[in-house]
Design a protein around this ligand. Structure first.
Ligand code: NAP
Ligand code: GDD
Length: 324
């Protein structure tokens, strides 16, 4: 039985990836913050159906010793490093903790693997945010990075650390450069879930309006369930490499909102208010990925397209509020 270790297992991608690996017969281990074990109902909600099938270990991205001990104990065959302060907007408010957690956390886990599980295959959760002020359209593996946020900068550092461990210490270490991916398990602070939950609450009579920031930003939005398959496939190849994972379609925040509200039979223009406070000090205006390398080498392509994704998220939020 292969052993997989997932950092950030409590997040959106952690939940989809755990399901995928459990279904493939892996023994799945996850690293969680200690408080998660004290308050499992709240903090482990995404993992509820899987809790009997996975093993959780308390550890912290800020503590090398805790990560070292877990890697030594689990001796994983594959490690998926997903944990990060992942909210771009917050990274402008607290750049110090974002940089510390995201860069040091990646360095610590890579070092622990080098020392205690050197044959373990490693996946780093890189991001299209690294392209930032894009130098090329669409963005592919060779597109230069130009990050626009402390979060983006921390991911460029994690990407380079991963590449360096691959080249210097011969670790099987891969970078995924994943474009935005969403689902009914997306965190509430990200714009897609904020919109679908907001529209469902308005429909249910629980809210009267929804405040958003920049409606013109364009994102290449895919489905998280599809994207975790690409992570898995990267670690099944003969050689480690870096891959863009995206749908190749881009839409504005406004288009997402228009479609989501229409799924609830609402006219978005009546309910969405723009709030200057929600604009970012530096914006990433356009993201659109070219994932032809992932298609060619991994045989990966997205199954869920934009309209289906928006409807899936809207339906689930309306079901939760018992209006569907
Ligand atoms: P998410 O839902 O925000 O999950 C983040 C995970 O990281 C959570 O399990 C969280 O644990 C954990 N974490 C955060 N700070 C931590 C710390 N100091 N110590 C230990 N654990 C910590 O993110 P996601 O959407 O699943 O994304 C997974 C990874 O992919 C992230 O690295 C993200 O930056 C990257 N990524 C995401 C996307 C996307 O569109 N979703 C695209 C590209 C890259 P708690 O539950 O305890 O907070
Ligand atoms: N969160 C949020 N809230 N975003 C808003 C809002 C709002 O009220 N109004 C407009 N937006 C715009 C943001 O300015 C941004 O241009 C876009 O919506 C998407 O914002 P998010 O959903 O917060 O995602 P993100 O693109 O910044 O970051 C996500 O994708 C990255 C990959 O490109 C995160 O998942 C990152 O962790 C990930 O790396």
């Amino acid at each position: 039985m292969k052993r997989a270790l997932i950092t950030g297992i409590t997040g959106q991608d952690g939940a989809y990836l755990s399901r995928l690996l459990v279904d493939k017969g892996y023994q799945v281990h996850g690293i969680v913050r200690r408080v998660a074990l004290e308050d499992p109902d709240h903090r482990l909600w995404r993992l509820k159906p899987l809790l009997k099938k996975i093993k959780l270990h308390a550890g912290s991205l800020e503590s090398y010793a805790s990560l070292f001990n877990i890697v030594q104990k689990v001796k994983p065959d594959e490690c998926y490093h997903l944990a990060a302060q992942s909210f771009v907007s917050y990274s402008f408010e607290d750049e110090f903790s974002t940089i510390n957690t995201n860069i040091n956390g990646t360095l610590y886990i890579l070092s622990a693997i080098k020392h205690k599980a050197p044959n373990c295959k490693f996946y780093f959760a890189g991001s299209s945010e690294m392209f930032g002020n894009v130098r090329e359209i669409p963005q592919k593996e060779s597109t230069p990075f130009y990050p626009r946020s402390p979060y983006g900068i921390s991911k460029v550092a994690g990407f380079e650390l991963t590449r360096n461990y691959r080249e210097s210490y011969k670790l099987f270490a891969c970078n995924g450069i994943l474009f935005n991916h969403e689902s009914p398990m997306r965190g509430y602070e990200f714009v897609t879930r904020k919109i679908t939950l907001g529209a469902a609450r308005i429909k249910a009579g629980l809210a009267k309006e929804l405040k958003l920031g920049n409606l013109d930003a364009k994102r290449d939005w895919g489905f998280a369930g599809d994207f975790v398959e690409a992570m898995y496939l990267m670690l099944q190849q003969e050689k480690p490499d870096d891959y863009v994972v995206s749908t190749g379609e881009t839409h504005t925040v406004k288009q997402f909102a228009e479609l989501a509200f229409s799924c609830a039979g609402l006219d978005w223009k009546k309910y969405i208010k723009q709030d200057k406070e929600l604009f970012r000090p530096a914006e990433v205006n356009l993201l659109i990925g070219d994932s032809s390398k992932a298609k060619r080498v991994l045989g990966w392509k997205p199954k869920v397209r934009f309209k289906e994704l928006v409807k899936m998220m809207m339906d689930e939020d309306m079901r939760r509020l018992k209006i569907l």
